[in-house]
Design a protein around this ligand. Structure first.
Ligand SMILES: *Cc1c(COP(=O)(O)O)cnc(C)c1O
Length: 401
């Protein structure tokens, strides 16, 4: 986790170009300033790194394999490698970050953890590490989401977390975030707020990216072993807030020969009014404490995003990605619900792997990338699809009728 200084990394104030920063209520200033002050020092302490690495290995099951998907490769006419984050404990990349942040919270002497969650995946990952560490955990979740995501609510409760319903506004993720921030203001002394993606006020985007950067570190080693070069031609990842993409990109940011590709959710179609294609439809504004691209009305009201995949159903995008896209370093494609579902079925049939619906957006764009037979392409397989079985069932029933 060395400090690399280039334009793709944040300034001292957490800016990636014009994006990022920390736009927070005065009452959180002390907490956020403390985090900004200490996060790199703590993360670079050898004892911290050892504890983090040990847990990633023995608890999460890292390194996750890099798998050459031969059938998929034949289909797309390129060498397609899947970075198997779906094999992690709890079934996705999110646990890498929650383990890092809980260790950091312990170092800061915090006795209580709060988090917000939409579909419940980040809530489950947070409740998991709180159980592991014996720390009190409160997860805010919109009332509508609580009703939609009963299995994850049950998981969080089994893991000992308190799930607090957010009952204002649309009763979804952004309302849960508001409640979590209110809680943080009221318990700033003893509480750490675990944000689940590469979003939020500085230092969160950089901190989350660095905790997830174990993914690109492993990709380099694994590519070297498999091909003789640590550098693939492409890295492809889906993007909600941007943590799996940020982790898969991190060690390649400064090597322009490695092309970075993002897949966002077009929902029912980019211009259908039911979409989460933030980088295409978004404009600059402030969300969750940072300046970035977000979907908003002319009056600056956040537009409710839509995607069949709960993890990509977010109205903003991490500031690092906003900058990577704006500067031309990353290319972004959008995949619809239907395209993602087709990609789910394709990976099941071709490779015997059921991917998360979020992940399927990254697979869905492979056919549009103009790949050559010599290309080495790494796809971030961010999570497994078991959590999406109900969505798959409903989708197939709707298609059949
Ligand atoms: C949450 C989630 C995502 C989206 O979050 P990012 O921060 O953009 O990575 C993608 N894939 C899976 C499997 C998820 O659970």
């Amino acid at each position: 986790m060395e400090k690399i200084i280039t334009s793709y990394h944040p300034t001292e104030d957490g800016f990636y170009g014009e994006f990022g920063g920390a736009f927070i209520p005065e009452m959180l200033h002390a907490n956020v300033a403390e985090l900004q002050e200490v996060y790199l020092n703590i993360m670079n302490e050898p004892s911290f790194q050892r504890e983090f690495d040990d847990l990633l290995r023995d608890y999460v099951g890292r390194p996750s394999p890099l798998y050459l998907a031969k059938n998929l490769s034949a289909k797309y006419g390129a060498n397609i490698y899947l970075k198997r984050e779906d094999l992690n404990h709890t079934g996705a990349h999110k646990i890498n970050n929650t383990i890092g942040q809980i260790l950091l919270a312990k170092k800061l002497g915090k006795k209580r953890i709060i988090a917000e969650t939409g579909a419940g995946q980040h809530g489950v990952a947070t409740a998991t590490v709180c159980a592991l560490m014996g720390i009190e955990c409160v997860v805010y979740m919109g009332e509508v989401d609580i009703a939609r995501q009963a299995p994850n609510v049950l998981r969080m409760k089994m893991l000992g977390a308190t799930v607090e319903p957010a009952t204002s506004g649309s009763k979804t993720l952004k309302d849960a975030t508001n409640e979590a921030i209110r809680d943080w203001i009221n318990h700033a002394e003893n509480t750490h707020y675990i944000i689940g993606s590469a979003i939020g006020p500085h230092p969160y985007p950089d901190m989350v990216t660095r905790f997830q950067s174990v993914v690109s570190e492993e990709i380099m080693k694994q590519m070297e072993e498999k091909t003789g070069s640590p550098y693939p031609d492409y890295i492809v990842a889906c993007v909600g807030g941007g943590s799996n993409a940020a982790g898969a990109f991190y060690h390649f940011l400064d090597n322009q020969d490695v092309k970075l590709v993002l897949a966002e959710a077009a929902g029912k179609g980019i211009n259908s009014g039911h979409s989460a294609a933030t980088s295409i439809l978004g404009s600059e504004g402030i969300i969750h404490g940072c300046r970035t691209l977000l979907m908003q009305t002319d009056e600056g009201q956040i537009v409710e995003p839509y995607s069949l995949s709960a993890g990509l159903d977010y109205p903003g995008i991490g500031p690092m990605h906003a900058h990577l896209i704006k500067s031309g370093r990353a290319k972004v494609y959008a995949a619809t619900d239907d395209e993602a579902m087709t990609a789910v079925m394709e990976l099941c049939k071709e490779e015997g792997i059921i991917p998360a619906l979020e992940t399927a957006h990254a697979l869905a764009i492979l056919g549009r990338m103009d790949l050559k037979s010599t290309d080495q392409v790494v796809v971030s397989l961010s999570g497994r699809g078991d959590k999406d079985l109900n969505t798959f069932i409903n989708y197939m029933n709707a298609k059949a009728n």
